[in-house]
Design a binder for this molecule. Structure first.
Ligand code: NIG
Ligand code: FE
Length: 392
């Protein structure tokens, strides 16, 4: 069964072989989907026949957003902490324990429902692939159940027992690091594709992070790092040294960090929701692009530092405050995310890739940043199946 989508004013393919420019953007375009994959892309005039046809009447289409960084397994709410911050209080990693306490007290059903609710929000914002991690359990049983629940919702699941040192270990950090890279990792590795560490001020230092990530690698997990969010440090250096797919946050970067990222092709994943919600300085994406660093954009959805599931919001902030061009922001939220997750099947609309796409109620992707806060997502399609349709 083939379906032809036609009448597309602007189609972002992310395939520069099809059309010059970063996004391989086609106008008056069409594509054909079969069995969940793209089987033909081109100009509407050249479109072959298909079993059925959907005319999009001048709407635009982009690849589904790939959210390579989210923390969806949690319970509770930290709106008071947000309110205090907006009144001048500084963000600190210590707030994570509030969510850990709420998460430990929640039932499996409550946690599962929370993940599902946030995932539906993501689909409504055009996200078709998302990563999620543990990190609000911080003991063997609660990290394990976080991951067991997460694998029901996505294949990109990350073990992050090294989020912060929980209260009960506050006088013996070394013992907690041993637990994470020993018994906890042993229990959690079968449910995870990735391992992540918060290598930053108030969390784990270079040596601790390195020991934990190396233990994860020895268990077959792929490493990634929360790096340089709260202060300059050695997180990016470690990400590059270990060949991490991505260094995430990158709020505070030295010139040396940028050189390192470019030299090993480690993706810098920027998280504008975090700077927005913690009133931190925005990193300069233009500086990264100009130096040849591959950049991804992700939501960082979590109840502490970035409680948003909206990729269009992140794109708008990235363009306005991080100095991305609209094209760069769109690429980073699609192909950039796919690269940060080392996923070959998503992030572009080309023959053989997943038919994961978003129909925008706008003439082109440029309207995402141009019309901030306006819901332009008309429909979200994953593997050829519509999973959200606006009833506007
Ligand atoms: O990515 N940086 C560390 N972890 C989260 C925040 C977690 C929290 O405040 O609950 C982040 O921003
Ligand atoms: Fe995060």
């Amino acid at each position: 069964m083939t379906t032809l989508y036609t009448g597309i004013s602007s189609l972002v393919t992310n395939n520069p072989e099809l059309e010059s420019g970063l996004l391989g953007e086609l106008s008056d375009a069409a594509f054909i989907e079969q069995d969940g994959q793209i089987v033909w892309v081109g100009s509407a005039n050249d479109a072959p026949d298909a079993d059925s046809e959907v005319n999009l009447d001048g709407k635009s289409v982009v690849p589904g957003f790939v959210d390579s960084h989210a923390h969806l397994v949690f319970a509770g709410d930290r709106s008071q902490e947000f309110e205090a911050r907006m009144s001048g209080k500084e963000y600190s990693a210590a707030g994570i324990m509030t969510t850990v306490n709420a998460t430990r007290q929640a039932t499996d059903e409550e946690l599962d429902e929370n993940i599902a609710t946030r995932a539906i929000e993501m689909y409504r914002s055009g996200i078709t692939t998302f990563e999620t991690k543990s990190g609000y359990g911080l003991n063997v049983a609660d990290e394990l159940r976080s991951l067991r629940l997460a694998v029901q919702h996505t294949e990109d699941v990350t073990f992050m027992g090294a989020h912060v040192v929980p209260e009960e270990f506050k006088n013996d950090k070394a013992a907690y690091v041993s637990l994470v890279k020993g018994e906890m990792l042993e229990a959690c590795a079968p449910y995870s594709r990735w391992i992540d560490v918060f290598c930053d001020q108030g969390a784990f230092d270079y040596d601790e992070s390195k020991a934990i990530l190396e233990a994860g690698i020895a268990h077959g997990l792929l490493p990634r790092i929360h790096a340089n969010q709260l202060a300059q440090g050695r997180g990016v250096e470690l990400a590059v040294e270990l060949g991490c797919a991505s260094a995430d946050h990158c709020t505070h970067l030295s010139s040396k960090d940028i050189e390192l990222l470019a030299s090993r092709n480690t993706v810098a994943t920027l998280l504008p929701g975090a700077e927005f919600s913690t009133r931190a300085q925005y990193p300069d994406a233009r500086r990264l692009w100009d130096n040849g660093v591959t950049v991804a954009l992700a939501t960082d959805c979590n109840p502490g530092s970035s409680y948003t599931t909206s990729m269009p919001f992140c794109i708008a902030v990235a363009v306005r405050d991080m100095h991305f061009t609209p094209e760069q922001a769109l690429w980073s939220a699609t192909m950039g995310g796919a690269k940060a997750l080392q996923r070959e099947d998503v992030g572009m609309l080309a023959v053989g890739k997943a038919a994961d796409f978003v129909i925008l109620d706008a003439p082109s992707f440029r309207h995402i940043a141009y019309r901030p806060g306006v819901d332009l997502i008309q429909e979200t399609v994953i593997s050829g199946t519509s999973i959200y349709r606006s009833n506007k």
